[in-house]
Design a protein around this ligand. Structure first.
Ligand code: FAD
Ligand code: NDP
Length: 507
């Protein structure tokens, strides 16, 4: 019998005859990776994926959140915004570009959706090539070894499985105020809507809100962000505030601290009545589009987990696990549905692959949820790995950490002398580097934060260094690549404690 009891023998000593070695519920980043790896290891695998339409009626194909309504369209829209900003740089480099260039929103949406369509198709082919049976059906537990799969046309299938992996991910939350479901859109809708967003209100202040506000503004739409408290909860707050200030400088309006009270139709627009949380005053303003980005709910409520005996956190709806194993030993969970884990695509994928290898190839390597790098794709991107300054001070003690900082202007920006709203389009010292070390451990680097262009690319390399246990001396000993921004991390010498200016001058 396997350690997880999956092959519990029947009373007569025979192995129970399950139809499948593994059923995976959810065909997103985590589920696809786990299913393909298990099949590669010789197992008979069935994967179910089903998209419940958003309240606005948006639906999509195989691949889950990342591919259809998350990372992929978001990065493409962000890139469209960056290209638009690049016109202003290009003029400084001598390009004769016409004024008043504008984006064709419908063409952008069509192009992005075309790419997504090709990815959806690619996933289907990959499953077939890996010999994973794919069913476009909604799964729910009948008991701890049985899943019912219901196709869109109502046709039902009963699947029995030795092991089951839950990888159902999450969906956007709504506020629960009048008019929100009827009138507002979420990240599930915005990337495929062919109508121009126009004047847009984005509600929320974390990853999704700031990223969407950033690209919509960069694409030329008037954008306001309604935040009830801090920006980017859980991130280094010095940098979160710098991001907010940078977006404001570009022209994004911040309504803060405030929460929506109701939404109603106002002709072709949506009237948002909101409450200022400092003064308790209620005000209203109308927008063409309201995008809610106020967090995500795990999709566990109609999954029948109670029938399988799987424990779910009643508050969050998320599944607590130890090494991806639920309280029912042969039922596992991966990805966004997990309690207290990062909601990121590479996290879901690696957890899925490692789980399959432990289950079917005798591997022992666990998923490591520590030192996970991430990047927020705001107009000025923010990449980080390790502790924020606040978290490092709390963990190691404020006196035991050293914080190295530098503000600089990328060489590439120096040719742009254009102004917008009275300030430089490419201001001096807008890019920020922060490196945090543990003084009690040979100045081991415990946090790297970077605000500036290409943050994802830079931070990925930093993450390898932190995983390898790099100290400040390793960073100092590393030769920079000139002229880049990343080289700044090899020459950081101003600490916050020193009180010296961290503003960079010259090359
Ligand atoms: P999902 O990808 O959500 O897949 C779950 C699948 O299961 C879905 O297809 C769902 O429809 C299906 N399903 C649900 N219930 C059932 C059921 N009962 N039966 C059958 N199928 C079911 N992460 C990054 O790393 N980088 C980014 O830049 C990034 N940007 C993002 C931007 C946005 C706007 C959003 C919303 C997310 C972003 N993320 C990003 C997060 C990333 O998309 C998720 O962490 C990742 O998709 C989680 O994968 P998953 O497999 O857990 O779930
Ligand atoms: P988060 O849970 O990170 O943030 C939710 C935001 O909504 C917070 O600003 C919160 O404010 C606000 N909020 C919550 N409830 C209300 C309310 N009732 N009224 C007003 N505001 C409210 O969710 P996101 O949707 O931004 O992102 C979900 C996850 O998706 C992220 O954690 C991330 O892992 C992943 N993601 C990753 C990206 C990337 O890698 N680049 C990009 C986008 C998403 P408060 O702080 O006050 O609670």
């Amino acid at each position: 019998m396997a350690a997880d009891g999956a092959q519990a023998p029947e009373a007569d000593g025979t192995k129970p005859a399950y139809e499948w070695d593994l059923v995976v519920i959810g065909g997103g980043s985590g589920g696809l990776a786990c299913a393909k790896e298990a099949a590669k290891l010789g197992k008979k695998v069935c994967l179910l994926d089903y998209v419940v339409p958003s309240p606005q009626g948006t639906t999509w194909g195989l691949g889950g959140t990342c591919v259809n309504v998350g990372c992929i369209p978001k990065k493409l829209f962000h890139q469209a915004g960056l290209l638009g900003e690049g016109f202003s740089d290009a003029r400084g480099y001598g390009w004769k570009l016409p004024e008043g260039v504008e984006v064709d929103w419908e063409a952008l949406v069509t192009g992005v959706q075309g790419h997504i369509g090709s990815l959806n198709w690619g996933y289907r082919v990959a499953l077939r090539e890996a010999s994973v049976k794919y069913m476009n059906a909604k799964g729910s537990f009948v008991d701890a070894h049985t899943v019912e799969a219901v196709e869109r046309n109502g046709k039902k299938h009963t699947l029995t499985a030795e092991r089951i992996v839950v990888a159902v991910g999450g969906r956007p939350k709504y506020l629960g105020v009048p008019g929100d479901r009827e009138l507002c859109v979420t990240s599930d809708d915005i990337f495929s809507r062919t109508t121009k967003p126009g004047k847009t209100l984005v509600v929320g202040a974390s990853y999704i809100a700031l990223e969407c506000a950033g690209f919509l503004h960069a694409l030329g739409f008037p954008v306001a962000v309604m935040a009830r408290s801090i920006f980017l909860r859980g991130f280094d707050q010095e940098i979160a505030e710098l991001i907010g200030a940078d977006m404001e400088r570009r022209g994004v309006r911040m309504i803060r601290p405030a929460v929506p009270v109701s939404f109603e139709k106002d002709g072709e627009q949506i009237k948002c009545t909101f409450k200022n949380l400092d003064f308790g005053l209620e005000m209203s303003e109308s927008f063409d589009t309201v995008l809610l980005a106020v967090g995500r709910d795990a999709v566990t409520s109609n999954l029948g987990l109670d029938r399988a005996g799987v424990v779910v956190d009643p508050r969050s709806g998320k599944i607590p696990v130890v090494a991806e194993q639920t309280n029912v030993p042969w039922i596992y969970a991966i990805g966004d549905v997990l309690e207290n884990r990062q909601e990121l695509t590479p996290v879901a994928i690696k957890a899925g692959v490692r789980l399959a290898r432990r289950l079917y190839a005798g591997a022992t390597q666990q998923m490591d949820y520590d030192t996970v790098p991430t990047t927020v794709f705001t107009p000025l991107e923010y990449g980080c790995v390790g502790y924020s300054e606040e978290a490092a001070a709390e963990k190691y003690g404020a006196d035991n950490i050293e914080v190295y900082v530098s503000y600089l202007k990328p060489l590439e920006w120096t040719m742009n002398h254009e102004e917008h709203n009275g300030t430089a389009v490419r201001p001096d010292n807008a890019v920020f580097c922060k490196l945090i070390t543990d003084k009690t451990d040979d100045e081991r680097v415990v946090g790297v934060h970077y605000l500036g262009p290409n943050a994802g690319e830079i931070t990925q390399g930093m993450a390898v260094a932190l995983k390898a246990g790099a100290t400040k001396a390793h960073f100092d000993d590393c030769i920079g690549i000139h002229p880049t921004i990343a080289e700044e991390f090899t020459i950081l010498d101003v600490t916050k404690r020193s009180g010296k200016s961290a503003l960079k001058k010259g090359c």
